[in-house]
Write a protein that binds this ligand. Structure first.
Ligand SMILES: NC(=O)c1ccc[n+]([C@@H]2O[C@H](COP(=O)([O-])OP(=O)(O)OC[C@H]3O[C@@H](n4cnc5c(N)ncnc54)[C@H](O)[C@@H]3O)[C@@H](O)[C@H]2O)c1
Ligand SMILES: [Zn+2]
Ligand SMILES: [Zn+2]
Length: 468
């Protein structure tokens, strides 16, 4: 199979012909269709001191991916061949105190896919079944490939209650932009995003930020004044890893403000601790995603909000065939990009080594097999067919549950309408697995309204009902 690997302890990567990984009894083998590039991959390619201290070549890299399950181990009951899936790239020990308490994101022996074991920049990847997140069949593969960073954004943005609060996001990389979109989705009043790049601030604006601040020209305090804010930000999401961003963030918090820190600084740096103390700020470090509550929240939020789904999609600015990995890395390094995706779905492509002229071999950058959004033609047709521009539901675990309960997908869910209890008003959908709002119990309607559930797209609003 094709695989992008660190073959020697030096800068660079090679697209090699590697043996397919074997699927153990508790594992799942996935045919990778899309993979996302992340800062970690750039560090590994450049072979900086962190990479040299962390990775032991030869090693296939890559940890953000989406694909199709092609094999499951003998003990696996939770995943089936043919299902679409994303994967949690943190593989935990299962036996430390936190793992045994169900706090797997706090495992003390976490190892990283594509860092400490062979990763997903390849035709096939193998991960433990417990790390597989089954996705709806019609999920846009590009969106499926960004669940890992979308999960970082979700974990950070949902760390503190945000409804009605003023939120500062420092750093408009893909994660900061998605964090801003989530903050709006869950009901922040103002979301202000900072960066040093106008290109990235434009992405933040497009994803729903109320105000963007280029800190090379303007101060965060100016943005506060222009929005009529008088006391400071209630919540901050630090998504840059830049010490000067942290400094200005702390200076702009309200007393009692809460700060979720995701950005990884290059080294130790001074902090104005007297301000943290006298302003009684709470600072929380964020790593990875909560397993698997963050994943549940991501799927549920995407399923219930077309706006959020579009915001996540808007972060993906480039897609290259896997053979053009050098161009993909150059685009990611340039900073004039949001998320950069590699398309591994082309089975005919011949493995080629770095340095060969592979640029003309692959499909042109950005070209997908379906529409521009990368949806397969079939899924697009299904979505377009839905009456009055109404959209197909995009799933999530709730949808998955419902779909399994409903005898004939595509028909009005009578069983749900008559007997179901509304245990969670997830959102209004158009399509399978939902009931017309007018059929819903008034208490359920009220609950949906209280949860801020909004109507998406055109057509009749539908209330998603999950049975216990
Ligand atoms: N904790 C975790 O689990 C985890 C996981 C993934 C990424 N990260 C880190 O989170 C951060 C965001 O990830 P990303 O993929 O979006 O990274 P990114 O590098 O693409 O984005 C960081 C952004 O911060 C901006 N920036 C630089 N200096 C700034 C300043 N002074 N003020 C405001 N913005 C500034 C950069 O221009 C860039 O757009 C990175 O630091 C990354 O290393 C942490
Ligand atoms: Zn990553
Ligand atoms: Zn553990």
């Amino acid at each position: 199979m094709r695989a992008l690997a660190k073959t020697t302890a030096a800068a660079g990567l090679e697209l090699i012909d590697a043996p397919e990984p074997t699927c153990g009894p508790d594992d799942v083998k996935i045919r990778v269709l899309r993979a996302g590039l992340c800062g970690t991959d750039l560090h590994l390619e450049a072979w900086d001191s962190w990479a040299a201290a962390t990775v032991d070549p030869p090693q296939i890299i890559g940890h953000e991916f989406f694909g199709e399950v092609v094999e499951v181990g003998a003990n696996v009951v939770s995943v089936r061949v043919g299902q679409k899936a994303s994967g949690e790239g943190h593989i935990v020990c299962g036996i430390c105190r936190n793992c045994r308490a169900g706090r797997r994101h706090l495992c003390i022996r976490t190892i990283g896919l594509g860092v400490n074991r062979d990763g997903a920049f390849a035709d096939y990847v193998v991960i433990p079944a417990s790390n597989v997140w089954v996705q709806p069949d019609d999920l846009d593969p590009d969106v499926g490939a960004v669940f890992d960073p979308f999960g970082n954004a979700t974990h950070t943005a949902l760390s503190f209650p945000i409804a009605g609060e003023d939120v500062l996001v420092t750093g408009a990389g893909p994660i900061g932009v998605m964090g801003a979109a989530i903050a709006k989705h869950v009901g922040a009043r103002y979301v202000v995003v900072t960066d040093v790049s106008d290109y990235r601030l434009d992405l933040a604006k497009a994803a729903g930020a109320d105000r963007v601040v280029n800190v090379t020209r303007e101060r965060i305090a100016d943005a506060q004044r222009s929005l009529g804010m008088v006391e400071g930000f209630d919540i901050a999401l630090e998504m840059s890893g830049n010490p000067s961003a942290v400094d200005e963030l702390i200076a702009n918090m309200n007393h009692g403000g809460r700060i979720a820190m995701l950005g990884l600084p290059a080294g130790p740096f001074p902090v104005d601790w007297s301000k943290v103390i006298t302003h009684m700020l709470t600072i929380k470090g964020i790593y990875g995603r909560e397993m698997y509550d963050t994943w549940y929240a991501m799927s549920a939020m995407l399923a219930s909000s077309r706006e959020l789904e579009q915001a996540v999609r808007s972060v993906i600015t480039h897609r290259f065939p896997a053979e053009d990995w050098e161009q993909a890395f150059a685009a990611a390094r340039s900073g004039e990009c949001g998320k950069v995706i590699m398309d591994w779905s082309d089975e005919d492509a011949t493995p080629r080594r770095a340095g060969d002229d592979v640029r003309d071999q692959g499909r042109p950058a950005g070209r997908a097999r379906g529409d521009r959004a990368g949806r397969p033609a079939q899924a697009r047709a299904r979505a377009d067919d839905a009456a009055g521009g109404a959209r197909q539901h995009r799933g999530g675990r709730g949808a998955e549950l419902l779909r399994e309960q409903l005898p004939r997908p595509g028909r009005p869910p009578r069983r749900a309408r008559r007997g179901a209890r509304c245990v969670r008003a997830v959102g209004f959908w158009h399509g399978v697995g939902a009931v017309h709002l007018r059929h819903a119990d008034p208490a359920h309607r009220a609950r949906a309204a209280a949860r801020g559930v909004r109507r998406a797209g055109g057509g009749d609003p539908l209330l998603v009902v999950l049975r216990r």
